[in-house]
Design a protein around this ligand. Structure first.
Ligand SMILES: [Zn+2]
Ligand SMILES: [Zn+2]
Ligand SMILES: [Zn+2]
Ligand SMILES: [Zn+2]
Length: 307
């Protein structure tokens, strides 16, 4: 099990060779022989998205900001390297063969710029050198969260209040107030693990929201049930909480104590790290009582705040 692992990943970007220097022209370019020092700037220039230079740096095909190598056709139409591959080397604007021409001037202009984080409208007021911006955005505090609902390929993203409203309104997820819970999971045909049973329940306590996942899947050949709690927020805040889950009957019980995982971690990542209460199917059926034909698990739990 590897809890807590959603630290920002180092993003390998094609422009990583271009360091973030204060004066673009002090940097010696090892891979260029032409157009060296084509543009010279002293200091950084802050630009916003309504600026013409900003527009120039947007790829005309995918509209994302372009990073080195920025390409251009013989007629000067620019395009990002992803799109260059996608258009099979044919300029989407003039249909000329793109060849392999780099637009160093634009790359250098970009290097001299500072731009706001793309989550500015979500509350981030940081400003970054052009080539550091992407790396920041991968771990920006204000970047939107993905919907934690796993039953469908949901593409909704947003801040926590938006997602809570989305989960209850659109996915009809139940929301409970309080830090203790007592849930019953019932499934009439527990032998069909393929149609994985899964459920999501929301808890509202300590002024924060948590979601409890419950599901069936296979570990190797063994069918298991798993329950785990996720925190609707970032990992560093998730660590301030703990939770316990308990399941059992006839004097036997399984207890799990853990730290909720941030919903930044994908559901699959948490599941694969087995960071939760895992119940073998045989034991789950035993805990269900009766004739072992029906799954009837009572899961009790508690969430608390660490000192
Ligand atoms: Zn593009
Ligand atoms: Zn062209
Ligand atoms: Zn940011
Ligand atoms: Zn959703």
């Amino acid at each position: 099990m590897a809890p807590g692992g959603s630290e920002c990943k180092e993003v390998v970007e094609s422009h990583s060779a271009i360091a973030d220097t204060d004066i673009a022209t002090t940097k010696s370019e090892s891979n260029t022989t032409t157009m060296k020092s084509a543009v010279s700037f002293v200091g950084k220039h802050l630009i916003h998205s309504d600026n013409g230079v900003y527009e120039l740096l947007k790829c005309p095909v995918c509209t994302n900001l372009m990073y080195p190598p920025i390409h251009q056709c013989p007629n000067g139409h620019t395009l990002c390297s992803n799109c260059k591959t996608r258009v099979h080397n044919c300029c989407p604007t003039c249909r000329y063969d793109l060849g392999n021409i780099r637009c160093l001037a634009l790359e250098k202009v970009a290097e001299s710029l500072e731009i706001p984080c793309k989550y500015q409208n979500l509350g981030c007021h940081d400003i970054f050198p052009y080539y550091s911006k992407l790396k920041h955005e991968q771990c920006c505090w204000f970047r939107p969260y993905n919907c934690p609902y796993v039953g469908s390929e949901c593409s909704i993203t947003g801040d926590i209040p938006t997602l809570v409203a989305h989960l209850t309104d659109d996915h009809k997820v139940d929301m409970h107030d309080g830090c203790t819970f007592n849930h019953r999971y019932v499934k009439s045909n527990p032998h069909e693990v393929e149609n994985a049973t899964w459920m999501l329940t929301l808890f509202n306590c300590f002024g924060r929201q948590f979601c409890l996942h419950f599901e069936a899947f296979q570990v190797g050949m063994a069918p298991v049930y798993m329950a785990f709690l996720c925190f609707m927020g970032d990992n560093n805040e998730a660590k301030k909480f703990s939770y316990s889950l308990e399941v059992g009957c006839n004097g036997r019980k399984l207890i799990w104590q853990g730290i909720p995982r941030s919903i930044r971690d994908s559901h699959r990542k948490v599941r694969d790290s087995q960071d939760g209460l895992i119940i073998q199917r045989n034991l789950a059926l035993y805990f269900s009582g009766g004739d072992r034909q029906e799954l009837k698990l009572r899961v009790t739990g508690r969430i608390w705040e660490e000192e």
